[in-house]
Design a protein around this ligand. Structure first.
Ligand SMILES: [Ca+2]
Length: 473
């Protein structure tokens, strides 16, 4: 009898043990595969007629594609600082790459808001995940002030672009070296939750590809949209890295509990066309900020799913906390919103109404595609995207050309319906004054909340705007 009871109890005990193990939710491994300067149309599945991205296409088939994904900035440092801190630029001050005054100074009508470094006091997503029990590692381009190891990355194998020696290594942008390091990191940490941040130096200029890849694309028929063999080669090398990472996840048997997010830090250079998008890297037009984005998490994210909700990389910080079951840090404002419910197909919208950009700086670039003027890619600007509508507010015209009172004639705003006119070809500021003025109100409220300052006359202090009649500057 005892023996029978024991035999009966044995499977019960075993199942209890299993149940017990299941009760404690396992934190998912998080892999952020972050590419530099890859445009919205660069992957095959997004419409390139020349590039080849078989692994990314496969990831898109097995995961979820975000067709309206945005970077939080039009170039490297502001986008990365905003993503890692989870905050818009006015809160952390990293608004520019190198300098807020880039380009011909005699053509700058205002003094830009000075660029600041991301403070070491800023509690980053690296620190939040580390404190939440994750092993955190970075392999590639940090490009924010200080060291990644000081901002929560326990394994810091970040490098500067100048350290890449392609001629010597035959490793374009160190893609294969970084991939190997990332795979070793996963092997070593597969039994505990890890956060793998893999910000490749690719596909940033200067373009590099191995000879055999180059030969292949040189002999391939050129597309109408894309036609550069070196760039195409570099894109394919990067795609191979993604494939290696995905295969390593499968090989380690952790694919059920690992989420991979693929995206880019900003739009592409002008030579790599992104038609129908207007503008290039460095501009706040869609070509500068719209990026490819795919989420892969086989056990939770439906294969072949997609979303047209506008998302931005500042959403990643709260998303990762949410996925990991961690609380938002106290005393820290996170500007993004968790995307977890979107990923899991539980919701189809976000609470947020708008996405904002604040770039009160000058960025050089002569006669660039889609630019507003021939001297700069960016003049001081603040932008709001609200659903189908997008408004760009230009500081120079506001400060120097009559302010809000002269709004109908001074060209201080551009308004686009980006659903109907994704090319931002028709400024509707005069046709839809109601929308224009409402968006300006939203912008002003946001600028007050974040203390976002205007670029100013050189003798004056930076201040905030007022979009009310009769309040003349
Ligand atoms: Ca970049």
């Amino acid at each position: 009898m005892k023996r029978i009871v024991a035999l009966l109890l044995l499977p019960l005990c075993l199942s209890l043990t299993v149940l017990g193990a299941d009760k404690k939710p396992k934190k998912p491994n998080i892999i952020l595969f972050f590419v530099d300067d890859m445009g919205w149309k660069d992957p095959s599945f997004m419409g390139s007629d020349y590039h080849e991205t078989p692994f990314l296409d496969q990831m898109a088939k097995e995961g979820m594609v975000f067709y309206n994904a945005y970077s939080s900035g039009p170039n490297c440092a502001p986008s990365r600082a905003s993503m890692i801190s989870g905050q818009y630029t006015p809160r952390h001050g990293k608004i520019a790459v190198w300098d807020a005054k880039r380009g011909p100074e005699d053509k700058m009508r205002l003094e830009p808001v000075p660029d600041q470094e991301l403070s070491l006091d800023n509690y980053t997503m690296g620190e939040a995940l580390k404190d939440g029990g994750y092993v955190t590692g970075i392999f590639g381009k940090w490009h924010i002030a200080g060291e990644a190891s000081e901002q929560g990355f326990m394994v810091d194998q970040s490098t500067e672009p100048k350290e890449i020696k392609f001629k010597k290594t035959n490793d374009p942008k160190d893609i294969y070296k970084l991939t190997d390091e990332a795979c070793t990191f996963m092997e070593e940490n597969k039994d505990q939750p890890f956060f793998l941040y893999l910000p490749h130096h690719a596909v940033h200029a200067k373009w590099e590809a191995r000879q055999e890849m180059l030969t292949y694309f040189q002999s391939k028929e050129k597309g109408k949209l894309h036609n550069n063999p070196v760039y195409a080669g570099m894109v394919k090398h990067t795609d191979e890295s993604l494939g290696t990472v995905m295969n390593k996840v499968k090989e380690l048997g952790i694919e059920e509990n690992t989420i991979i997010i693929f995206t880019s830090d900003n739009g592409s250079l002008g030579k790599i066309h992104q038609d129908p998008l207007r503008g290039v890297k460095g501009m706040l037009y869609e070509g500068g900020i719209r990026v490819p984005m795919v989420v892969w998490y086989p056990s939770k994210v439906k294969a072949g799913s997609s979303s047209t909700v506008s998302v931005v990389n500042t959403d990643f910080y709260p998303t990762f906390l949410d996925l990991a079951g961690l609380k938002k840090p106290k005393d820290k404002i996170l500007d993004g919103e968790s995307l977890k419910a979107l990923f899991f197909g539980e919701k189809e919208t976000l609470k947020r109404k708008s996405i904002f950009y604040h770039y009160p700086n000058y960025l050089d670039g002569k006669n660039q595609r889609g630019g507003r003027d021939p001297y700069f890619r960016n003049r001081p600007v603040t932008v709001v995207i609200n659903g189908d509508w997008k408004l760009l507010f230009f500081h120079e015209e506001y400060v120097l050309d009559g302010g809000f009172d002269q709004i109908d004639t001074n060209n201080m705003v551009e308004l686009y319906n980006i659903k109907e006119d994704i090319s931002e070809s028709k400024n509707l500021a005069l046709e839809h004054k109601d929308v224009r003025d409402q968006l300006l109100k939203d912008l002003q409220q946001w600028m007050d909340q974040t203390n976002a300052r205007l670029a100013m006359k050189p003798t004056e202090e930076n201040y905030r705007p007022s979009f009310q009649r009769g309040k003349k500057k």
